[in-house]
Design a protein around this ligand. Sequence first.
Ligand SMILES: [Zn+2]
Ligand SMILES: [Zn+2]
Length: 340
Amino acid sequence: MPTMRVAQVSRPDGPFEIVERARPDPSPGTVRVAVDACGVCHSDSLTKTAAFPGITLPRVPGHEVIGRIDAVGPGVDGWATGDRVGVGWNGGYCGRCEPCRRGQFFACVTGPPVTGISHDGGYGEYMIAPVTSLARVPDGLSADEAAPLMCAGLTTFNALRNSGARSGDLVVVHGLGGLGHLAVQFAARMGFHTVAVARGGEKAALATSLGAHRYVDSTAEDPAKALTAMGGARVVLATVTDADAMSSMIGALGVDGVLMVIGAPHGPLAVPAFPMIAGHRRVEGWYSGTSIDSEDTLRFSLRTGVRSMNEVLPLARVNDAYERMLSGKARFRAVLTMRG
Ligand SMILES: [Zn+2]
Ligand SMILES: [Zn+2]
């Protein structure tokens, strides 16, 4: 019987265990993907700690998956063995529930299935993916390059393009980690006046090299004051995980400005009512996107030269890769490769 190696979590906060399993056959409406690479995302901690409501262990995390279709399940049209595909956080949708019928596929209520949480994800040599979760991957991107675009890239690209900002508007990227270093590249290439805000003067050169027009070191000056002096932000894309730092950026918003929350702090955000009322400001969350949004992200990145900066490690070093992501030491995205 053909087998595969996967990295599973078998108890809450236990280590990743590399185990040998039987290679599963695709059920109706799914394909088997031979995984080439999988990014390590902060949200994988929801699998590692079993914090996601209803999750059962053992589970294989991973929702920044790039690979090739290796077997096609019954009833699947339009996808064939050998097709290059990516799989993100959105593990598919039913097409029949009320949100799906209204075109809000991300809000599908039949699960919604989340890759690496409701079913096994890409920390392994093979995975089963519903066809509604598949994105086509252009040939010009390598698997390592494309993997982080399936969540970190998709989330930032899709939030920015749906932010309401127009070309020339002042758009702030708050945080310069795995999400932020991609968001700065996207914002600059979308034609926004792009300002990066992060901690420490040493990140100024990086921000500029990614395309930021200006960098604000939040340890040296008050970002809210600096941005207000520039006219106030149309959009602050908040990628950090510190609730207080995120809340303080409400002061950087101009009239009609929106704080788009894509980082996930543990605590609540403090939102002062008066500036929201007086300046018609908003705080809005953004869900990453579905498979067609991923395709758009990959194509845009290929065309415009947006690339993730990655540390690539073999699957056998999954515990190191996760630790580097969690501690913020990875520059800037850890990617597992199944070759080696
Ligand atoms: Zn993610
Ligand atoms: Zn649905």
